[in-house]
Design a protein. Structure first.
Ligand code: COA
Length: 131
């Protein structure tokens, strides 16, 4: 398994295909009104892809908070490639390129991160828009 930085010209179609296969929860990213925006986000973000042979089997997308912290926004591994530490390695790989920063992941699956032994640091609240 190889992990490397995302390259739009090589990875975009494959990455969008695994999102599409993931179904409901990820559907906003490939729906017509958002897919171009998401493709731009992939290119703009700190995005890594995991390959098994020539199959793109997972990716992470993160944002750099001006050199202070890195926030992981998206992490996805194809169902048939799960349970092989690809998710964990995609996250740990970020430290290779950003050893001075702390990486935080915005969790949608707390049980997974607990199982990995990650330490909880705060939580996320949505600020309501005032009417
Ligand atoms: C969460 C996800 C990225 C994990 O990827 P992965 O490559 O299978 O994870 P790893 O191989 O590093 O870890 C596997 C371990 O985590 C556990 N695990 C995976 N998903 C889990 C979940 N949702 N809840 C609890 N444990 C989970 C597995 O049971 C496995 O445990 P084991 O080692 O005791 O068998 C993958 O399941 C996925 O893409 N899920 C759908 C998208 C998603 O929820 N992304 C995270 C949003 S923040």
């Amino acid at each position: 398994m190889e992990i490397r930085r995302y390259k739009k010209e090589l990875d975009e179609d494959k990455l969008m295909a695994i999102i599409k296969n993931e179904g409901e929860e990820w559907s906003c990213y490939w729906a017509d009104e958002f897919s171009e925006k998401y493709k731009a986000a992939l290119a703009y973000s700190i995005t890594y892809v995991a390959y098994e042979g020539n199959i793109l089997c997972g990716y992470s997308r993160s944002l750099d908070d001006c050199g202070f912290y890195i926030y992981v926004c998206d992490l996805l591994v194809m169902p048939e490639h799960r349970g092989k530490n690809i998710g964990r390695r995609l996250l740990e790989y970020i430290y290779k390129d950003y050893p001075e920063q702390i990486v935080y992941v915005m969790s949608g699956v707390d049980e997974y991160y607990k199982k990995q032994g990650y330490r909880r640091e705060g939580s996320i609240f949505e600020v309501p828009k005032s009417s």
